[in-house]
Design a protein around this ligand. Structure first.
Ligand code: XMP
Length: 318
């Protein structure tokens, strides 16, 4: 609409003015927010923008690669793809505490990002997809940007903190970011992508994160995504995903007894993630999700539905 096209135009002018002929580094996550930031900056300053995409090995099936491929194909963008899965997974080995997982992932993200950013000559700005709810409730936001911000007050300031921040979305809510994405001509698979936490699948695997459990969760999660997308429910809900529990139960497959993991399905409605309610997804869709996961994903023999609201529960399980 008109208001979003004027937003895009005024931000474009403001970005050109703020940045001039200097250089900007941007952490691309594969989500709609950072993708919109990257595209806005690319339009404003072109090759003065440098995007870094860190694959931490905790992403969903093909996520990240899809967005990176799209950007490479449609925009002549400086994009560095860092494959750091082995590093993250080795540091997470044996770790079960949720906050410990988050700290390791946040710290490692900054280290990897900073190492790459340092290779770029003369970068003066750090662009982030900070939204309005992140600004007003920065404590509840636990993403890479928050991790970077929280380092402001800690000793041994990383160099990346010396950069000035560029946050063109800081006055917007998620639905407005999606309107900006439409205005920029981005495709539906980016516009409607559900939010995904910085620590990724690590906080949806309760207990230790191992390559095997990541593989199981990825395959279960893909089914949740696919079945929501096959109906119009994917766009109606805020977020839908699978969680792998550190709990085995007995089942039966043909003539055999099985003893495998439980998977929880979490689908929520929300406006800004500060509050949420479990989505009343039609039971036929839930039945298909459950049947497909149990039949197709080796390692899971039981599916449960999370019917908790936020508060007092959170959207993520860790
Ligand atoms: P919670 O679990 O706090 O999640 O109800 C609220 C929203 O934030 C997302 N989330 C995160 N996003 N980094 C992020 O970028 C994080 O560490 C993180 N933790 C939670 C979550 O997916 C939900 O949309």
């Amino acid at each position: 609409g008109w208001s979003m096209s004027s937003f895009v135009a005024s931000q474009d002018a403001a970005l050109r003015e703020q940045i001039g002929d200097r250089h900007v580094v941007c952490a691309l996550s594969g989500g709609v927010d950072s993708t919109v930031v990257a595209v806005m900056l690319h339009k404003a300053i072109g090759k003065q923008l440098h995007c870094i995409f860190v694959d931490n090995g905790l992403l969903r099936l093909n996520e990240g690669e899809e967005v990176a491929a799209y950007l490479r194909e449609h925009f002549d963008l400086n994009l560095i793809h860092v494959k750091a899965a082995d590093l993250f997974l080795s540091l997470l080995a044996g770790v079960t505490d949720p906050e410990e997982k988050r700290k390791i992932i946040g710290r490692t993200f900054i280290e990897v990002f900073e190492r790459e950013a340092k290779k770029l000559p003369g970068v003066e700005f750090l662009a982030q997809g900070t939204l309005y709810p992140d600004v007003i409730e920065s404590v509840s936001f636990r993403g890479p940007s928050a991790v970077i911000k929280s380092h402001h007050n800690v000793g041994g300031l990383p160099d990346i903190m010396k950069l000035s921040l560029v946050e063109p979305l800081r006055e917007l809510f998620k639905d407005e970011v999606r309107k900006v994405a439409v205005e920029l001509g981005l495709p539906d698979f980016i516009i409607w992508r559900h939010p995904f936490p910085g620590p990724g699948l690590a906080i949806r695997i309760i207990g230790e994160v191992t390559p095997k459990r990541l593989d199981i969760l990825r395959r279960a999660d893909k089914i949740v995504q696919a079945e929501l997308q096959a109906s119009d429910w994917y766009r109606k809900v805020w977020q839908g995903f699978a969680v792998l529990l550190p709990l085995k139960t007995v089942g039966v497959m043909g003539d055999d007894r099985t003893y495998e993991s439980v998977c929880a399905v979490r689908v929520v409605d929300s406006i800004d993630a500060m509050t949420a309610d479990w989505s009343r997804v039609p039971t036929e869709i839930l039945a298909t999700i459950s049947n497909r996961i149990i039949n197709e994903v080796k390692g899971i023999n039981r599916v449960v539905l999370d019917i908790s609201s936020k508060p007092p529960s959170t959207i993520e399980w860790e």
